[in-house]
Design a protein around this ligand. Structure first.
Ligand code: HAM
Length: 421
């Protein structure tokens, strides 16, 4: 028996109300903040991600689905959306548009991770990017949009963590201080941190290993090493968040798992901690577009996983509106009635009424049971007697009462009754 590949899920019909709810909120928030949709390919040239997300990151080192296609090109199923959006910005000359260019996407993302609750090998991301400005007001807008998006989903009890990890000018000084500090603890570090110290010291702060926590907690803080423009940028951002009344906590251990970030980084978590607790994260990446071959172009963005949003909606008992189901079920007995069923179903659908017609040769009782199971309010019943008299029975399945309606008025009575309900 085949099963869905490990770390992937089927989204069955009973789950779809959650997905439609989230998608609708995404469309609303993007419209409110002026973001236009972009759809990028599901795979890209593999080099795009090593150049952007970074050689030393978990994503690039361990998690990418990379393969050679039949033409010999090395391609990767996208492990995130930002690099693709930046590639598209450069490729299509979007710097010619008024800046910043604001784009959002909703896409499948592929990472070969160890599957567990909230962590999949294929997940779906809603992300948005604002490209072409270094104004901290844009950082505030991006964070505000994330915050208001989660609020629009009815989430409460969220935490926003914020940090600034500096720029090309001030980062080297900070990394040197971090390395000096960690050098004193090499014998106490976990195996991964020993590698991080040599290859990607910023990621030392992100270690989840218990024994490394006190060391990381007391490590030098990037905000103490910011150059004047970065310090000014971070202080303006915090002031704007104050104006917007968005509560946040500066967390000096927040560095994020992708290498392209500069200055602002932020994450949103539910207050109640759980395994994979981060529901969204983002930040500034002022060198990325240039690194990919474009002109120097400051930018930032945010992304959130839909699966994690939905699992939090469920955890917080947030009800979502049900999807519109069929309004009418047509049950029949006998061949003449079957012809009439086919005709009536088509007429009602053309008039905009959602109809399920009985298919096959189940008993009338079984057909009505099906209508009940499907939760359909109205059942039209057509038997020999109804064919003879040019009528149908219309049963209200919830109120369990019924009436007889004519069909010789071109089904107008049936239509009028259903739309009046
Ligand atoms: P990220 O933090 O790697 O950032 O992913 C963003 C969000 O995607 C996470 O907060 C989480 O909700 C969801 N997510 C990530 N991995 C998984 C997984 N294996 N299973 C389920 N959900 C997952 C980025 O990808 C950046 N591109 C965000 C960004 C946009 N930065 C700037 N612009």
């Amino acid at each position: 028996m085949y099963q869905a590949p490990r770390g992937t899920t089927d989204i069955l019909p009973q789950e779809q109300a959650y997905w439609r709810y989230v998608e609708q909120k995404i469309a609303n928030i993007c419209q409110l903040y002026g973001y236009e949709r972009i759809d990028v390919p599901a795979f890209e040239d593999a080099g795009l991600f090593s150049r952007s997300v970074g050689e030393g990151t978990d994503i690039v080192e361990k998690e990418m689905y990379t393969f050679e296609d039949r033409g010999g090109s090395k391609v990767t199923l996208i492990p995130e959306g930002t690099a693709s959006v930046c590639r598209a910005y450069i490729e299509h000359g979007l710097h010619n548009l008024p800046q910043p260019v604001k784009l959002y996407y909703l896409t499948s993302v592929f990472r070969y991770e160890r599957p567990q609750a909230g962590r999949f090998r294929q997940h779906h991301q809603f992300g948005y990017e604002a490209i072409g400005s270094d104004d901290p007001a844009l950082d505030a807008e991006i964070i505000d949009m994330a915050w208001q998006f989660f609020r629009s989903l009815n989430f409460h009890h969220l935490l926003l963590s914020l940090n600034s990890i500096g720029c090309k000018t001030c980062r080297p000084g900070y990394l040197a201080a971090l390395k000096d500090y960690y050098a004193k603890y090499t014998d106490k570090l976990c195996a991964d941190c020993k590698i991080r110290l040599a290859r990607n010291p910023l990621r030392l702060l992100d270690c989840k290993e218990r024994s490394c926590q006190p060391i990381a907690d007391s490590a030098p803080r990037s905000i103490d090493y910011l150059c004047q423009p970065c310090a000014e940028h971070f202080s303006q951002l915090q002031r704007y968040l104050g104006l917007l009344e968005i509560p946040f906590a500066v967390n000096h251990r927040l560095v994020r798992g992708l290498d392209y970030y500069t200055r602002t980084v932020f994450e949103v978590q539910p207050e109640v901690e759980g395994g994979q607790s981060t529901i969204g994260g983002g930040g500034r990446y002022d060198n990325l577009i240039e690194g990919l071959g474009g002109k120097p172009t400051p930018a930032l963005g945010f992304a959130t996983g839909i699966e994690r949003i939905i699992s939090n909606l469920k955890k917080q008992n947030i009800a979502v509106p049900p999807l519109l189901g069929p309004q009418v079920f047509i049950a029949y007995a006998g061949n003449d009635a079957k012809d009439e069923t086919i005709k009536l179903a088509s007429i009602l659908r053309r008039a905009g009424i959602a109809v399920i017609e009985a298919i096959g040769n189940k008993s009338l009782k079984a057909q009505l049971r099906q209508a009940n199971t499907l939760g359909i309010r109205h059942a039209v019943i057509i038997g020999d007697q109804e064919i003879k008299t040019g009528t149908v029975i219309l049963r209200d399945m919830t109120a369990a009462n019924q009436m007889t309606l004519p069909t010789n008025d071109n089904y107008a009575s049936i239509y009028t009754y259903i739309v009046s309900q």
